[in-house]
Design a protein around this ligand. Structure first.
Ligand code: 3PG
Length: 308
């Protein structure tokens, strides 16, 4: 049995060692493909793999066509918009994610981003504090819930909107449920985005929502680049010189935004949210265990392409 660990953005060494150990103990072979620059390298490496662990690596129809022996893909992480589920299903490949395993890392980054922007990216100009400010969390899943917990510990007021989570669950998680997204944007000093990229959410955050934010509002995106209407964001930052945007998923128009808005925008060069040793170990080892359980007992818990 050959397992490919394909991570364009490499895991911490401990995570790689832990994954290899799990597979070695089962008599499986592990191949590692890291820091590759072209998807053709992934297509080549996957050709004789029975299983693959990925992060944001792109599992395109071409990759599935080349993966003649592939039975399972585990996305070590939450979002699986990088996997073509139709192609996977057409090739009888099971796709799983590892929900919750990297959430704490992302939540910590969202909080750090709020402080970083409130302190003018750590330049000497007088900044502001997040205590007492109002935070709106858009989507109250694993990450949103943890952001809420941490923000409350820092003295923020927290409201949340999630059409898929009932008001009671949001309250139990410590946030005040809000029924209208528009109201949330209008009333919150900070908005933290935790929605996946789906046909319904792509480009859903644009000028109209962003410009609803009160004076000095900060929009924090540790979710996906695609959910932002980038032209709308640019227009909003142009018409409202008090608003700020920070993200770990670099917008396509980042250079332009940076040139126009300076310290009011910030993006990390690579997606950073889940890039901690702990998150790598949690998600990587969970992925390895899921593969072993799949091959040993047919377990398909966490499969995301069951009905596709
Ligand atoms: C996720 O969906 O789990 C996060 O966005 C992390 O993605 P990454 O593994 O590419 O850092």
């Amino acid at each position: 049995m050959k397992i490919l660990l394909a991570t364009q953005k490499p895991f911490a060494a401990e995570a790689v060692a832990g994954i290899k150990k799990i597979f070695t103990e089962k008599g499986y072979e592990t191949a590692v493909l890291e820091k590759y620059s072209d998807n053709s390298e992934l297509t080549g490496a996957v050709s004789d793999a029975d299983a693959i662990i990925i992060r944001s690596d792109k599992m395109t129809p071409e990759v599935f066509d080349a993966a003649k022996k592939l039975k399972i893909v585990v996305r070590a992480g939450a979002g699986y918009d990088n996997v073509d589920l139709c192609a996977a299903t057409a090739h009888n490949v099971v796709v799983m994610n590892t929900p919750g395993q990297n959430s704490n890392a992302v939540a910590e980054l969202a909080i750090a981003f709020m402080i970083f922007m409130s302190r003018n990216q750590f330049t000497p100009a007088a900044g502001s504090e997040i205590e007492g400010k109002k935070l709106g969390i858009q989507a109250f899943g694993n990450v949103g819930c943890l952001v809420c917990e941490k923000a409350k510990a820092l003295g923020m007021q927290v409201v949340a909107d999630d059409p898929f989570v009932c008001a009671d669950k949001i309250s139990e998680g410590g946030a005040i449920p809000i029924t209208s997204l528009e109201d949330m944007y209008s009333s919150c000093d900070f908005i933290s985005l935790h929605i996946p990229a789906t046909p319904q959410t792509v480009k859903s955050i644009g000028y109209d929502l962003i410009t609803r934010m009160p004076k000095n509002g900060v929009l924090v995106n540790t979710a996906r680049k695609e959910i932002i209407d980038e032209d709308g964001l640019e227009k909003a930052l142009e018409s409202r010189p008090d608003l700020k945007y920070i993200t770990d998923v670099m917008p396509d128009n980042y250079e332009e935004l940076k040139a126009k808005f300076g310290l009011r925008v910030f993006a990390t060069p690579k997606k950073m949210g889940a890039q901690t040793k702990e998150a790598n170990v949690n998600a990587g080892l969970a992925a390895a265990h899921q593969i072993v359980n799949f091959f040993e007992s047919g377990c398909t818990k966490f499969q995301v392409n069951k009905n596709k």
